[in-house]
Design a protein around this ligand. Structure first.
Ligand code: GLU
Length: 418
């Protein structure tokens, strides 16, 4: 059998591409010269499989879609706190090129609009990094996200630099306000270069999924940023990524995303998928018309809205067995252990009469245990032990590493029930 995913993407392309609506970005002269009818879409799974349809090899410049990744590099290099001292994370509701500064603090409202992104750019690399050093760190970082060496489109970069009057004004403003320490011209040059990397929809999907996995590129298996950094970036994309259409986007599409004036949009659904779309005609917010339509359709068809409530139907406690002779109770757990499922387990464990006796947790059907569930399960095991129970654990997949019952005591190892 051939997987139907590529056919589905082709269908989406046909349904969502109806050339004609929208206009090419022309404030960067070179961007007005592209073929307006190109269209491509790509999806990358959590284990690094990429599906594409349309002009999947067509290259375009990354533009504002570089912002979340360069923000990620700044967070990695300077730490989340230090970056927050320079750039805030409030949605501005403004267009990408508005001078959105917090009146009280003088800081850019968020890193997704130009003034915030120019500031963020100067925070990549070690403090005091030269223009060239910083460019190198950004080249390496963006390439690590994409899983291949990305190159700059010199013509687009030159073309934008010649007309970057607004961006220069903004860089001078944040310099005057003491927010950036770099030379404003250097900052704009570096930022413009960062926007001019050439990418394909495949790159967008891989870059996006690298955030969706919590920072690991699933194609190269390289950890590019830490999980807390990836989460911070996704949160800011969700609230600020689509500029003055961010609220509308979040309610209709519901996927943390970022668009660029070249006509690309990338979206990262945490724990599920990375998506990239390219079609150069833009709407009044500067987002690709067909790109937006494609995301709306994908979100609806595939139920990708972040706020979809997936109530786990499975009971966290699959069965409880009581062996009268040994007095052993075996709780077979199943599914992913999160706060909600671990709470179900604790409630059942709380019904056990006081010891002595034995309580065994069988985790052989548990797929994962997050940090909060781990804490909850360990605490329950400690309490049972303190009440005089022998605590047993069947955990062949080592979902609960180093189970400490206090004072370094370990639960008794039991075999998983069949
Ligand atoms: N390089 C572009 C600029 O600074 C990016 C804008 C965008 O893609 O939204 O104007």
């Amino acid at each position: 059998m051939k997987t139907p995913v590529p056919d589905y993407l082709l269908e989406i392309r046909d349904a969502c591409s109806d050339a004609g609506e929208g206009r090419l970005a022309d404030y960067i002269p070179e961007l007005a010269a592209v073929d307006p009818d190109r269209f491509a879409v790509a999806a990358c799974t959590m284990d690094g499989v990429v599906y594409t349809a349309g002009d999947a090899d067509a290259e375009f410049t990354i533009q504002s879609m570089s912002k979340p990744f360069v923000y990620a590099l700044a967070l990695r290099d300077r730490g989340i706190e230090a970056v927050l001292e320079k750039v805030e994370v409030e949605p501005s509701g403004d267009a990408f090129n508005q001078i959105s500064l917090n009146r009280d603090t003088g800081r850019p409202r968020n890193p997704m609009i130009n003034i915030g992104a120019i500031t963020t750019h100067t925070l990549v690399g070690p403090p005091g990094a030269s223009e060239d050093e910083r460019s190198e760190v950004i080249a390496d970082g963006l390439s690590a996200f994409a899983g291949r060496r990305l190159e700059i489109d010199g013509a687009v970069c030159e073309s934008e630099l010649r007309t970057a009057f607004r961006n220069r004004a903004m860089a001078n403003l944040v310099r005057a306000g003491g927010i950036i320490e770099d030379d404003p011209d250097e900052a704009v040059r570096g930022y413009t270069r960062q926007c001019a990397y050439r990418v394909t929809v495949r790159d967008l999907a891989v870059m996006a999924v690298t955030l969706a996995t919590g920072g690991v590129n699933p194609v190269t298996r390289e950890r590019v940023v830490s999980a807390p950094v990836a989460r911070q970036v996704l949160a800011v994309m969700a609230t600020c990524g689509m500029y003055d259409a961010a609220g509308d986007w979040m309610s209709t599409v519901g996927i943390p995303a970022k668009s660029g004036v070249s006509g690309g949009i990338l979206g990262a659904l945490p724990g599920q998928v990375g998506l990239g779309v390219f079609s150069p005609r833009l709407d009044e917010h500067g987002h690709s018309v067909e790109g937006v339509r494609t995301f709306e359709r994908l979100s609806q068809d595939l139920e990708l809205h972040l706020m979809n409530t997936t109530v786990t139907e499975v009971e966290a406690v699959r069965s409880v067995r009581f062996d009268e002779i040994s007095g052993r109770r075996t709780f077979r757990l199943q599914g992913p252990m999160t706060f909600a499922s671990a709470e179900q387990v604790l409630r059942r464990l709380a019904e056990i009469p006081e010891g002595p006796g034995e309580v065994t947790l069988d985790l052989s059907r548990v797929s994962s245990v997050n940090t909060s569930a781990r804490r909850m399960l360990l605490e329950a095991m400690r309490r049972l032990s303190a009440e005089g129970h022998t605590v047993g654990l069947a955990d062949p997949g080592r979902r609960l590493p180093e189970p400490d019952l206090g004072d370094g005591t370990r639960p008794v190892t039991r075999r998983a029930a069949r």
